[in-house]
Design a binder for this molecule. Structure first.
Ligand SMILES: Cc1ncc(COP(=O)(O)O)c(C=O)c1O
Length: 424
């Protein structure tokens, strides 16, 4: 990298402080707090995010995990059910299925998108399947046309986890509005963030009503709120939990949302610069979007390596070497879910695991070949780097060539680190 620092993330948008101060002085810091005669920050953000998404309903939550939990609960997923999830994703996609007492059934990815493969989803369906969760991973959108058609054919709802894809569009419509529900994380590393935060968007009013109650201990909004009293009333048709977004987070998100389109535009511009630089290089192939992606966002820029060109070492070793050469924070993607160190279904007695098919809970016996391959072959770059000046990437082709030339030393580094990791 040249003589400029990597862009910081998170970065406060122009009106974040002003919005925060307004909430701090408002007398209402939480959704159940006393009504002040005007919409809460949470309601204002919900309306703005729904508008940005082109969705009639948005229910903000504490985080992306609770967004997934209430989406599954709203779709009536529960004990004994199976939910299809991709093998390559953050652990929350499995842990939230366990949280509603269902079994996560991990499926392989499509190597072109790194998202759940439609064929693998179809093969995994049983009479117990109650939902399909797809994740629009890194800078990709899953093949929504194929996956929605499968869902429709089998009468199974599709949940789109858009935690990596705030603002992406498929055939001119935002991702998250195609399935029964779209969920988002607004955790600190995400494209839109308030440190922690989440949301569910949906089209259906009855589902939105369930989602609203599920995230506020069963409460709904009072039709005629009274100043000084809570706007939430105990008018309950489904038991809920407290997953309410705080007013402080909503205030920050409102400001961050204003900055998102320009930031997404800038990231896409720089991603095109990197694509072009890598185009002619042997041994590296940027992950491309499917033709139906009409607006591509970049949570992580992803590039697949030909391991032979790098002496056969793993993406983890290549990432470290490239980071050392360029200062750019390369990383290998998640390990397959069934080997993820955070996936520990048997450590909580509240999960009803008895009688469950271990072949489903622990992933298929033979593993998921494309998911395994992606962990070894894909390099990712976290999005803040795409907000850097264009020349941040000038040194990248030369660094890649150098790392390939010196592959023998990478092999030595990798086998030394394997040996030091071997328990005595
Ligand atoms: C794909 C995906 N889904 C869900 C989550 C969970 O979101 P949160 O951390 O806000 O609970 C994450 C978080 O990183 C994620 O990457």
């Amino acid at each position: 990298m040249g003589d400029f620092a990597l862009p910081a993330w998170p970065r406060p948008a122009q009106n974040a402080l002003r919005n925060l101060q307004a909430v701090l002085e408002s007398g209402r810091w939480s959704l159940p707090g006393a009504w002040q005669g005007r919409p809460s920050a949470e309601e204002r953000f919900a309306a703005r995010f729904a508008d940005f998404m082109g969705a009639p309903h948005c229910v903000p939550t504490t985080n992306g995990t609770s967004a997934l939990v209430i989406a599954l609960e709203a779709l009536d997923v529960g004990a004994g059910d199976e939910v299809i999830v991709p093998g390559l994703t953050w652990v929350a996609n499995a842990s939230t299925v366990l949280a509603v007492n269902a079994t996560p059934v991990m499926v392989d990815i499509d190597p072109a998108t790194l998202c759940a493969s439609p064929a693998a989803i179809e093969r995994a369906i049983t009479e117990r399947t109650r939902a399909i969760v797809v994740v629009h991973l890194f800078s990709s959108v899953a093949d929504l046309d194929a996956i929605l058609a499968i869902g429709e054919r089998h009468g199974i709802p599709v949940v789109e986890d858009c935690s990596h894809a705030h603002g992406a569009s498929w055939r001119g419509r935002r991702v998250g509005t195609w399935g029964a529900a779209g969920t988002f994380s607004m955790q600190e590393r995400k494209l839109l963030t308030s440190g922690e935060g989440g949301a569910v968007v949906c089209q259906d009013g009855a589902l939105a009503d369930r989602l609203t109650q599920l995230r506020s201990d069963g409460r709904r909004f009072a039709p005629h709120p009274v100043e000084g009293e809570s706007e939430l009333v105990a008018d309950c048709s489904v038991a809920g939990t407290n997953y309410c977004m705080s007013e402080l987070c909503a205030a920050v998100l409102d400001a961050q949302l204003e900055a998102l389109p320009e930031q997404n535009r800038r990231r896409a511009e720089n991603a095109a610069v990197v694509d072009k630089l890598l185009e002619e290089l042997p041994g590296v192939t940027p992950v491309r979007a499917l033709p139906s992606v009409t607006e591509r966002t970049y949570y992580q820029y992803a590039v697949r390596i030909d391991r032979e060109a790098f002496g056969g070492v793993t993406a983890t070793t290549v990432s470290r070497a490239l980071t050392a050469e360029t200062g750019l924070p390369f990383q290998a993607p998640y390990p397959p879910m069934y080997r993820h160190p955070l996936y520990r279904p048997r450590t909580k007695r509240r999960f009803l695991l008895e009688g469950r098919d271990p072949g489903r809970l622990d992933g298929p016996a033979g593993g998921l070949p494309e998911t395994e391959r992606a962990h070894l072959e894909v390099l990712t770059l976290h999005h803040p780097v795409l907000l850097a000046p264009d020349q941040a990437f000038d040194a990248l082709p030369e660094a890649i060539e150098k790392v390939q030339r010196e592959a023998a030393s990478l092999c030595a580094v990798e086998s030394a680190s394997r040996e030091s990791a071997t328990p005595l």
